[in-house]
Design a binder for this molecule. Structure first.
Ligand code: FES
Ligand code: MG
Length: 599
């Protein structure tokens, strides 16, 4: 019966063409009732019959992440119209649908918690509805990885299109960048230098138009990496520029072509593509959240990628892009200087783009895209020989405290280097007594009461994906006031949580396993000596193995705050460690679940 059914279906296809998966909804001769039910309801708002029954027309989903709740992505409500125009012009039928909102600055307790929820709901939409290819409308931090992860699980032809950054913010003649200006002005407000109204004015000036953050935070990073992976193009175009609408139209045209050729995420997202993205992340000065999200995308497409790859490919590459928070400019200048293709061209010309022949959704390889695309403005995208910083990537540390953690060494200040790293015998090792905090509330309540010394290492635990659902961005902790008064503005920090892309202290982040799932951060006590050796990539507690096992045996399970919503509880039950991408453990076995059937 199955064979007869398949032959029946095949007979309706022109030889050599793909039978799009939407035909199973709109053209299933063996199930005329359900076919009719699908057809009548999709016609009810004005579609005409050929738009959904013509076997040569792919149905293209437009995954809409913009809404009033998601101001960073809200401009997609407009841009989607241009995507539709492109799809129709290329002979496809667009069907737009909403995604679960993830607004970085609006979601309690944090937006990272919702990445996997948005992922799950998009998998169901892509799998369960008549969609042959999809345009992911990305932007604000977690929307990009959430949507790419879902496209990987389902594995239908996909293009990710960024909403684009906001225009430059100005307060009088000064550039004001997203996030960065908040951290700076809040200090001035606390010191009584500006009023609350001025504080609000300055901060609001950094958000002058539609679009996402105009600094190199997680949004600009993740959209640049989606492009570097080969899954999109034009990531740097500001949201309000005409080129953004044109990019939306091109995306509509391209996705129809990709769908007709059945070019799927698994064809683009090879190990080589991920290595190119890691190289790009170093050159743009990407956020420490990038390894988490990229490792998650890799898990869902079935590519082996871990933090060793991040160090191997990315550590020794320079920072080329002069954008806040690491530099001076904002995303408008970055776009005008050439955006990501100019960064990739600089790497390629210097033999540092790992895989120039990796294919992209544009139909071109990076070698082809980069031709003639070098930086038009060397103030903004630097030459390889004159970078902003050397060694802009991450070190991958291991040891008796955790199996995996990363450190961004390029943000280590001279002050820190003098205090910790200038021991002539071993310039890359430092050690000191630790002071331990169980979450940010404990840190704020007790930091001023502990006898924190100038050689101290601050440790925060209980803030990983399970401990503090979503993993809190709290690892970079300020020293107590008395050390500030002695001129010590930063101490090394270690934690099983995350750190905002805009923060700059010498932190050891994303420690996995986290305390809440049995990681050894849980056995630390105030005053234990921790030794960090950057040459050996190690971070150890200087107590005997017997003492470690004694403490482990005496430990009761780490106490975490209670879940506040059903999703928090479900999330904690299934989430993996930060080093594993913080994915839902039992989701990764579902791969390529909606393969387009071949003729
Ligand atoms: Fe949405 Fe920064 S808050 S992109
Ligand atoms: Mg953030």
């Amino acid at each position: 019966k199955l064979e007869a059914e398949l032959n029946n279906k095949k007979s309706k296809q022109a030889p050599g063409t793909i039978r799009f998966r939407s035909r199973d909804w709109f053209d299933d001769p063996d199930h005329p009732d359900s076919t009719a039910l699908h057809i009548e309801r999709y016609l009810n708002w004005g579609l005409s019959l050929p738009e959904i029954t013509d076997p040569t027309k792919p149905i293209i989903g437009i995954a809409q992440s913009g809404s009033d709740l998601s101001p960073c992505n809200r401009h997609h409500l407009e841009l989607a119209k241009r995507v539709r125009d492109g799809i129709i012009a290329a002979g496809g039928t667009p069907l737009e649908f909403p995604c679960h909102p993830i607004q970085e600055t609006g979601k309690r307790p944090n937006a990272a918690l919702d990445r996997n929820l948005s992922y799950l709901s998009l998998v169901e939409a892509l799998f369960g509805y008549p969609i042959d290819g999809v345009v992911l409308l990305t932007g604000c931090d977690k929307t990009t990885p959430a949507m790419l992860m879902a496209a990987c699980t389902v594995n239908i032809p996909t293009i990710a299109m960024n909403v684009g950054p906001m225009l430059n913010g100005y307060y009088y003649e000064r550039l004001t960048g997203s996030g960065t200006i908040v951290w700076e002005s809040r200090k001035r407000y606390a010191a009584g230098e500006i009023s609350y109204d001025e504080f609000l004015d300055i901060v609001s000036s950094s958000a002058p138009s539609v679009g996402h953050c105009n600094t190199m935070g997680t949004a600009s990073t993740m959209n640049a990496l989606a492009e570097a992976l080969g899954m999109g193009f034009g990531s740097a175009i500001p949201a309000a520029y005409r080129e953004r609408g044109q990019c939306a139209y091109q995306t509509g045209l391209r996705i129809v072509d990709l769908t007709k050729k059945d070019i799927k995420p698994s064809d683009i997202l090879t190990k080589e593509a991920f290595e190119n993205a890691i190289a790009a992340n170093s050159a743009i000065g990407g956020s420490t959240n990038a390894p988490i999200h990229l490792n998650a995308i890799a898990k869902h497409i079935g590519v082996q990628l871990d933090n060793d790859d991040w160090e191997r490919v990315g550590y020794q590459l320079p920072l080329l892009v002069n954008i806040q928070p690491a530099g001076e400019f904002l995303c408008e200048e970055y776009f005008r200087a050439g955006g990501l293709p100019a960064v990739m061209a600089e790497l390629l010309d210097n033999g540092k783009l790992p895989h120039p022949d990796a294919m992209t959704v544009t139909g071109k390889t990076w070698r082809e895209i980069c031709k003639g695309k070098n930086s038009w403005d060397r103030r903004v995208i630097k030459s390889f020989d004159n970078p902003m910083k050397k060694n802009s990537g991450f070190l991958h540390l291991k040891g008796s405290l955790f199996d995996s953690a990363i450190m961004k060494t390029s943000v280590i200040s001279e002050e820190f280097q003098e205090r910790y790293l200038s021991n002539p015998e071993d310039p890359n090792a430092f050690q000191g007594p630790c002071f331990v905090f169980d979450g940010p509330e404990d840190y704020h309540a007790t930091i001023e009461t502990k006898e924190v010394t100038p050689d101290a290492i601050l440790v925060i635990r209980g803030v990983g994906p399970t401990g503090y659902p979503g993993a809190a961005e709290v690892v970079n902790m300020a020293p107590p006031t008395k050390l500030f008064k002695q001129g010590i503005s930063e101490l090394p920090c270690i934690g099983d949580g995350r750190q905002s892309g805009t923060a700059g202290s010498p932190s050891i982040l994303n420690a996995s396993p986290e305390a809440a799932t049995g990681g050894n951060l849980a056995i630390l006590k105030d005053g234990d000596i921790i030794r960090v050796d950057l040459n050996k990539r190690s971070c150890d507690i200087l107590i005997s193995e017997e003492e470690i096992s004694k403490r482990c045996n005496a430990m009761s399970p780490y106490k975490c705050p209670a879940s506040q919503t059903p999703w928090q509880e479900i999330y904690r039950t299934y989430v993996s460690e930060l080093s594993e991408g913080m994915v839902l453990k039992n989701a990764v076995k579902y791969q390529r679940v909606a393969q387009v059937s071949q003729p």
